[in-house]
Design a binder for this molecule. Structure first.
Ligand code: MN
Length: 217
């Protein structure tokens, strides 16, 4: 009898899992998987912040976007196309999905240090030194009013610039390619740093995976 009940429970559980999997396959866009565990970036970013930021905020943008593009011309478009060609609520959610995909994949618990190769050379040529670049980048993030992003971006000739974008803004809409992005929405740091945005931005350099960033350049 016990065996029978157990089998029945397993059958039901199995069926439910199948339904969940099928549903998630139907969704056009999926939440990206983190390339590290949720506590791997501590103490720079806490497990609680990662769980909320990735599991709730980003998941929310993904869900919104999937619902909004249904039966529109963006239904089968890739994410970058949607960001470049949409506006309003679709742009806000698509921009935030793209921004966070870039954001979460540029970190590593073994990150930090400095860029190398042609990216390092381009940074030195533009800002004089890596130290000076970091200072300018942090200052852009601190002086951005309200919610948004600070980006390192490149143009078609590989020329680098620092951009301040409010809300869901991304360099793509200006014809530039995003290389590195710091999220300055309060949800990115408030649990760990409260109002100290500058301290948070300064700490982020310790977890930057420069190999990933160099590959984008
Ligand atoms: Mn965010």
């Amino acid at each position: 009898m016990i065996t029978f009940i157990l089998s029945f429970v397993l059958l039901i559980t199995g069926t439910n899992n199948q339904i969940t999997n099928n549903n998630s396959k139907d969704m056009k866009l999926e939440l990206i998987k983190l390339p590290y565990s949720t506590d791997a970036l501590e103490p720079v970013i806490s497990r609680q912040t990662i769980e909320l930021h990735h599991g709730k905020h980003l998941q929310g943008y993904v869900n919104n976007l999937n619902n909004m593009v249904e039966k529109t011309k963006f239904e089968n478009a890739d994410l970058e196309t949607i960001v470049k060609e949409s506006d309003g609520a679709i742009f806000n959610n698509a921009g935030q999905v793209l921004n966070h995909n870039l954001y979460f994949t540029q970190f590593s618990p073994n990150g930090g240090g400095q860029p190398s190769g042609k990216l390092a050379a381009a940074i030195d040529a533009t800002w004089g030194s890596f130290e000076n670049f970091k200072k300018e980048f942090e200052s852009a993030g601190v002086s951005l009013f309200g919610a948004g992003w600070v980006w390192l971006a490149e143009d078609n000739n590989g020329k680098l610039s620092i951009l301040k974008e409010s809300n869901a803004g991304n360099p793509l809409t200006k014809g530039l390619k995003p290389i590195l992005g710091f999220d300055v929405w309060e949800h990115a740091y408030y649990i760990d740093y409260q109002n100290r945005r500058a301290d948070h931005l300064k700490e982020l350099w310790k977890i930057i995976d420069w190999k990933v960033v160099e590959q984008r350049y």
